[in-house]
Design a protein around this ligand. Structure first.
Ligand SMILES: Nc1ncnc2c1ncn2[C@@H]1O[C@H](COP(=O)(O)OP(=O)(O)OP(=O)(O)O)[C@@H](O)[C@H]1O
Length: 306
């Protein structure tokens, strides 16, 4: 049985009449220990999709499951890391992580909890900053705390919603490598959302494109059968990487192109004959009591883009 699963889920927002359908017939499964990345355009519904699993969003139809149980609300078995760190500003690095650990491991001794917190601070290389407040940290350091805090709660699956998009490219690359290493050592199941195809292919076992159809649907998964650890410098020249990259980007671009092709509808013209204003006689229409009607046999339709 897959660790997490989404079966036939659709989701829209808003009241009838002003409703927007965001996701349609989403089917997804991730096995234990698997690193799955969903890649899609901004605004296409990526957060909505990951939140079906976090429990923050309930599907209109279909269901999301963890270990076969239906997800109805957030829970400690699913750790969520957002793009905006969400640290408590009045607590230090250590205290921010300890707060989460104390909440989840209530029956542990204070010493056990302290050792556990230190392990994760070391894992994200923040030993030198454990007594600093969030305002004294760089964006990259804050995101490391956020990741450490979430992993320290031992979730069954780590859900990352564009965790690095607020960071500069170099810090981003560094933290991608760090999280990849943490994943390999701990083999947590990871579901990562991004709008960056390179990030997706560097990190994932399997990349799934979220197609910008309206509503969005999932495309065919792309298996990234490139051995780990993956070195970003050599990867760029690896023919397998180049091929997968082209396949992924083309899939997303093709779907975007198709979504621009609008349908057309037939509209009946009003039941009024147009006046010919090029002849003097036509000015007679000013004396008429009403417009001239088309006969039924003259009814006209035009095709307009919808
Ligand atoms: N709670 C909500 N109420 C109403 N509309 C919502 C809600 N959540 C999301 N939406 C709409 O659903 C669509 C998809 O949003 P979502 O945040 O899932 O996209 P995204 O791909 O994660 O975007 P981004 O990459 O910009 O973060 C957007 O049009 C958004 O306005």
């Amino acid at each position: 049985m897959p660790l997490i699963e989404i079966k036939g889920a659709s989701k829209g927002f808003g009241q009838p009449g002003a409703r927007s359908e965001v996701l349609k017939e989403i089917n997804l499964a991730a096995e234990e220990g698997e690193f799955v990345v969903i890649v899609g355009y901004s605004g296409s519904g990526k957060s909505t999709l990951i939140n079906l699993i976090s429990g923050l969003v309930t599907p209109d139809t279909g269901e999301a499951l963890i270990e076969g149980r239906r997800i109805t609300e957030p829970g400690p078995d699913r750790g969520l890391v957002f793009q905006n760190y969400s640290l408590l500003p009045w607590l230090t690095v250590e205290e921010n992580i300890a707060l989460a650990v104390d909440e989840v491991f209530k029956d542990w001794t204070p010493q056990q909890r302290k050792v556990h917190v230190q392990k994760f601070i070391t894992m994200v290389k923040l030993g030198h900053a454990s007594h600093k407040l969030p305002k004294e940290l760089s964006g990259g350091m804050r995101q490391r705390v956020s990741v450490a805090r979430t992993i320290a709660m031992n979730p069954k699956v780590l859900l990352l919603d564009e965790p690095l998009s607020a960071l500069d490219a170099l810090t981003r690359a560094q933290i991608q490598d760090e999280i990849s290493e943490i994943w390999r050592e701990n083999l947590t199941t990871v579901l990562w959302i991004t709008n960056d195809p390179d990030e997706a292919l560097l990190l994932a076992d399997r990349v799934i494109p979220l197609l910008p159809t309206s509503p969005a649907t999932l495309g065919e998964p792309i298996l990234v059968d490139i051995e780990r650890p993956r070195d970003r410098r050599t990867l760029n020249h690896d023919p397998r990487f180049k091929k997968l990259r082209a396949q992924l980007i083309n899939t997303l671009l093709d779907a975007k192109g198709r979504s621009k092709v609008k349908s057309s509808v037939h509209v009946s013209l009003p039941d009024i004959l147009p006046e010919d204003l090029t002849t003097v006689n036509s000015l007679q229409f000013l004396n008429r009591s009403g417009p001239r009607r088309r006969g039924d046999h003259q009814r006209e339709e035009v095709e307009v883009a919808a």
